[in-house]
Design a protein around this ligand. Sequence first.
Ligand SMILES: Nc1nc2c(c(=O)[nH]1)N[C@H]1C(S)=C(S)[C@@H](COP(=O)(O)OP(=O)(O)OC[C@H]3O[C@@H](n4cnc5c(=O)[nH]c(N)nc54)[C@H](O)[C@@H]3O)O[C@H]1N2
Ligand SMILES: Nc1nc2c(c(=O)[nH]1)N[C@H]1C(S)=C(S)[C@@H](COP(=O)(O)OP(=O)(O)OC[C@H]3O[C@@H](n4cnc5c(=O)[nH]c(N)nc54)[C@H](O)[C@@H]3O)O[C@H]1N2
Ligand SMILES: [Mo]
Length: 769
Amino acid sequence: MARKAPTTDIDEAKTRVSSRKKVAVGVPAVVHALEIAYDQMGVARSAQTLLRVNQKDGFDCPGCAWPEADHRHIAEFCENGAKAVAEEATVRRVGPEFFAEHSLADLAGHDDWWLGQQGRLTHPMILDEGATHYRPISWDDALHEIADALRAVQPDEAVFYTSGRTSNEAAFLYQLLVRGLGTNNLPDCSNMCHESSGSALTQTLGIGKGTVSLEDVWNADLLIVAGQNPGTNHPRMLTALEKAKSRGATVIAVNPLPEAGLVRFENPQTVKGVILGGTKIADQFLQIRLGGDQALFQAIGKHLLEAEQTRGDVLDHEFIAAHTSGFEEYRQAMADAPWSEFVAATGLPLQTLRRVGEAVRTSPATIVCWAMGLTQHKHAVATLRDVVNVLLLQGNIGRPGAGVCPVRGHSNVQGDRTMGIYEKPSESFLAALDREFAFHAPRAHGYDTVEAIKAMRDGTVRVFMAMGGNFVSATPDTTVTEAALRSTDLTIQVSTKLNRSHVVVGRRAIILPTLGRTDRDVRGGVEQKVTVEDSMSAVHSSRGRLAPPTHDMLSEVAILARLCALTFDGDADAPQADWTALETDYARIRSHIEAVVPGFGGFEGKIDKGRTFVLPNGPRDDRAFATATGKAMFTVNPLEYPRIPRGRLLLQTLRSHDQYNTTIYGKDDRYRGIHGGRRVVLVNAHDIGALGFAEGEVVDLVSEWQAPDGATEERRAEEFRIVAYDTPRGNAAAYYPETNVLVPLESVADVSGTPTSKSVVVRLERRAA
Ligand SMILES: Nc1nc2c(c(=O)[nH]1)N[C@H]1C(S)=C(S)[C@@H](COP(=O)(O)OP(=O)(O)OC[C@H]3O[C@@H](n4cnc5c(=O)[nH]c(N)nc54)[C@H](O)[C@@H]3O)O[C@H]1N2
Ligand SMILES: Nc1nc2c(c(=O)[nH]1)N[C@H]1C(S)=C(S)[C@@H](COP(=O)(O)OP(=O)(O)OC[C@H]3O[C@@H](n4cnc5c(=O)[nH]c(N)nc54)[C@H](O)[C@@H]3O)O[C@H]1N2
Ligand SMILES: [Mo]
C-alpha cells in the first residue's frame, strides 16, 4: 500500500549526522529507492512502472539526461531515477478539495518537501484577485483567460519559462506560440545550468553541445570528471565509467568534496557490484578549492606546452595547424603564467598539478566531463574555454574516445534548446520558422532567467507563464524574486506537482495540471508518443503507460495547441497551421520540426520501433567548426579565481541525495551522512574552530555582496547547523533551494549570465540567545 502524504514539515531539530559513505549505490540504494517507490505508488504499480523505464517500448526516465546504452538491462534505471519516477507516478492527488481545504497563506507556510509530497495536480485551478483560495475552473475557461491575458499585453510584457522535462513536441509548439505572440522572452532552466557550457563551446567549437558518445566514454584512456557528483545526480554514468575502467581507462575526479561514487562504486546490476565490493572509480582525486578549475586547466595546458619543448612529441601539430586558430597567442599566455598562481588558486601542490599534467600528456584519448561545479561561477565561461584549450593541444576533439562532455541535467533540457527554447535564437532558425508557418518571427533578443526577474521587479513584465519547473525556488535572490513575481498581473503554471511557484504568485494565478512522462497520452483516440534528446545528442521516443490522474487531463502539447488556436486562428499575421490536427497527431508536429530544425530529416522513421538517432555534430563528425574563424579556437583567458575575505567562507549550493532540484524526495543525504534534515552547512573542521564556532552549533548564513555601486549588501538564511566536513579550508557547502536567498541577482557568470550558485561569500553568525 502506498502511504498518505505527510501532514507536517521537516523537523530540522531531528537532523542527525553520521560518517560519510565511501561507496555509492549497491544494495542499500536499491532498498532506499524501493521504499520511496512503495510509499508513493504501492508495490504493484512500482513493479509495473519501474520495469518500463528507459526500455525501447517504454518511457524516458524523467531523472537525468545521461544516455542509455543500446543493449539495455531489464532494469535500466538507478536509485534516483526510480525516485524521480515514483514522484510522478505517485497515487497521491491534489484536487479541488485539497485547494478548498488549504488557503494560499496556509500553503505558503509549508516547506518545499511538504508541498511536493502532496501528490499530482488534477484540475485546472484559478486564484482570483484578492481571493484566499484557488477555485476550480474548466479547461475551456482557463485557456480563454490565458489567451485573453496574453493578447491584452504588449508582446514583451510577457515572459515564458521552460524547465527541461518538456518534450521536443511541446517545446516546439511553445516557442512557436511565444514567437507568434511577438517576443523571444523564453528564459529556461538552462540559463541557470549549462548556459556557461553552451557559451564557451559555441564560441570555441561552433556547437553548444558535447562532442562525445557513450562509446567514446567507454573507449577513453583518460576521463577527467570535474565539478560533478554523478553518484547522486547521474548514477548511470558510473556504469559507463566502470566499463571504461575495465578497459584500462584512468579516471581523475576534481571536486572540493570527496563524493561517494567518485571514490568507489558498487553496480547493483552486476554480481561483482553486489558481492565483491565494487570498482574504485577515481584513480586520482583532486580536492580542489571552489572556483580553482580554470587554474587547474591552465596548469595542464602549461605542462603540456613545456613538455613539448623538451620532448617534441606532445602536441598534435597536424590538428593544430589544420583545424585550429589562436595557438600562438595561447602558447605565449601559458608561457607567461606563473605556476605559483595555479597553486594558490587550486590549493593543490605543484607536484600534483604536474602529475595530472603527465596523466593528460600520456593519454592517447582524453574526455573532460563536467556539470554545475564548473558552470555556476563568475568565471565559468573562461574556465570552460580553458578546458577546450587543453583538449585542442592534443587533438582531442573529433576522434574516438576523446572530446568535451558537459553532463546535462534535466532529461530534455538539451532537446528544448534544439527546438528553439532560447532567448537569443539564430537568424537561420527564425528564417526557417517564418517559411514553415508563413509569419514573421520577432528578431530582438528576449530575456534570460535573471533578466526576466529584473524586468518583473522593474514592472515591465505583466504576465509570467511557466512550462514546468519551479521558477521561484530554482532562481537566485529569493526575496527579490518573490516580490518580482507578486508584482505581476497573472502567473500561469503548467505543472505535474504542487510547488512553491503555485503559492508565490501574481495578482491572479492559474494552475494547469498536465501529463508527465509516465502517463499514457491518448489524443484523438490514438496513443501518442513524444521525443527527447539526451546529453549526447541522441533522439528517441518516449511513451508513458500509466492511466493519467484524471481522464480529462491535457498533455503539454494539447494545452499549447489549444492556446495557439485561441490566440492565432483568424489572424493573418500569426503563424499558420492546423492546430487541432497537431493536437491529435503529434507526428504532424514532428513533420514541422523536420522542416525547421536541421538534422531531423526522416524524423518519424528514425524513431520508429524505439529506434534512436544521433543529431549531426560538426566537431565530432567531421572536425568541422562553425566558429568566427571557421576553426576550433584557442582562446586566451586571464586567470580568475575567488578571493575569500578574512573570516568569511565561500559557499557552494548543491543537491542532497534525496532531491531533484527543488523537488525534495526525502530528508536524507545518505552518502554525506546527513539524515532527517536539510538545514546544514558543511565546513572544514579547522575553520569551524578558527571562526570561533563549534560543531553542531546552529547559525545564520549571511551573504556579503559588493554591489556594482560599491555598497555591501547582506542577505540572510536562518538556522543552519554546522557540520564538520572534508572540504578545503575556506570553502563551505549547503543545499539549494534553501540557500537561494543568499545568491544576489546581480552575481552572474560573465557572458552566460548564469547565477554564481557555487560561489557565495558568507559569514556565519551566532544567533541571539
Ligand atoms: N537525483 C538527482 N539527479 C539530478 C538532479 C537532482 O537534483 N537530483 N539535478 C539534475 C540537474 S538539473 C543537473 S544540472 C545535474 C546537476 O549535477 P551536479 O552538477 O553533479 O549537481 P550539484 O549537486 O550542483 O553538484 C555539483 C558538484 O560539483 C562540485 N563543485 C562545486 N563547486 C565546484 C568547483 O568550483 N570546482 C569543482 N571541481 N567542483 C565543484 C560539488 O562539490 C558537487 O560535487 O543533475 C541532474 N540530475
Ligand atoms: N542555488 C542554486 N540554484 C540552482 C541550482 C543550484 O545548483 N544552486 N541549479 C540550477 C539548475 S542546474 C536548474 S536545472 C534549475 C532547475 O529549475 P526548474 O527546472 O525550474 O526546477 P525543478 O525543481 O526541476 O522543477 C520541478 C517542478 O517541475 C514540474 N514538473 C515536473 N515534471 C514535469 C513535466 O513533465 N511537465 C511539467 N509541465 N511540469 C513538470 C513539477 O511541478 C515540479 O514541481 O535550478 C537552478 N537553481
Ligand atoms: Mo540543471
